[in-house]
Design a protein around this ligand. Structure first.
Ligand SMILES: [Zn+2]
Length: 242
């Protein structure tokens, strides 16, 4: 799905049943500086991702860089396979790199999360580490799609990072925000490691001038994105005052 000039969202089914929902990868096309894929689904989804890329008119080998918003297994899952096929450079925040690269055990699923969803154990076993080539810094501007700003949005994980595409005003929010049928919501508290920090991150995102938000879980929100961001900030500060 094309959301702006050179920006595509690739919804990948989470599992065999439709009810399990979709993971929304973002593809940023840039003829000059190379194409970028943001996040890479679950382990074993490289082929599904390849056909989604084909629908957007490119092959896996045309991916020059992969940016991980964070370490969770539904974001880095097929990264190793896609890197092998494409030779893409891998970028992520330094706080996430050791988890993605396999030097540290991923922070999630936590034992409590595994108890709730034991089927994640098998997926976790298939997770391959991916070496991070380049660390992303808060405020850094990548020469990509007319300028892409790195917005550090910790909380969901310690090094969670969002991307703001300046030219198209697209915010790739990863899991810093969620959405449901066009309604923007805050991060899912059940899988957010530090909810206070995550609320601060939402306030940072609300300072941006956004036309379109891409949530990894929930997809594209384009109706009154700025207004909806403000609403979430107000709702969360209301909760704090209670
Ligand atoms: Zn996720």
């Amino acid at each position: 799905m094309r959301v702006a000039d050179g920006v595509y969202v690739l919804p990948i089914p989470r599992g065999s049943r439709e009810a399990e929902g979709f993971l929304n990868l973002t593809l940023i096309l840039d003829d000059e500086n190379g194409n970028t894929l943001v996040d890479t689904g679950l382990p074993g989804q490289a082929e599904v991702i390849a056909s989604a890329l084909a629908n957007a008119g490119i092959g896996v080998r045309d991916i020059r860089r992969i940016i991980f918003t964070h370490q969770d297994l539904d974001h880095v899952g097929s990264g190793a396979s896609l890197v092998r096929q494409s030779g893409a450079r891998v970028l992520a925040h330094a706080a996430e790199a050791p988890y993605i690269g396999g030097e540290l055990k991923p922070l999630k699923p936590t034992p409590e999360m595994l108890e709730q969803r034991p089927q994640m154990r098998e997926i976790l076993q298939r997770l391959e580490p991916v070496d991070v080539d380049e660390s992303l810094q808060d405020g850094e501007r990548l020469d990509l799609a007319g300028g892409t700003r790195i917005v550090f949005t910790p909380g969901h994980t310690p090094g969670h990072t969002s991307l703001y595409l300046e030219r198209t005003k697209v915010l790739v929010a990863g899991d810093a925000l969620t959405a449901e049928e066009g309604r923007l919501n805050g991060p899912n508290p059940a899988v957010t490691l530090d909810t206070d920090e995550a609320a601060c991150s939402v306030r940072r995102l609300a300072e941006l001038d956004v036309e379109t938000v891409v949530c990894y879980h929930g997809g594209v929100v384009s109706e009154d994105a700025n207004g909806q961001l403000q609403r979430i900030v107000e709702e969360s500060s209301g909760n704090l005052n209670k």
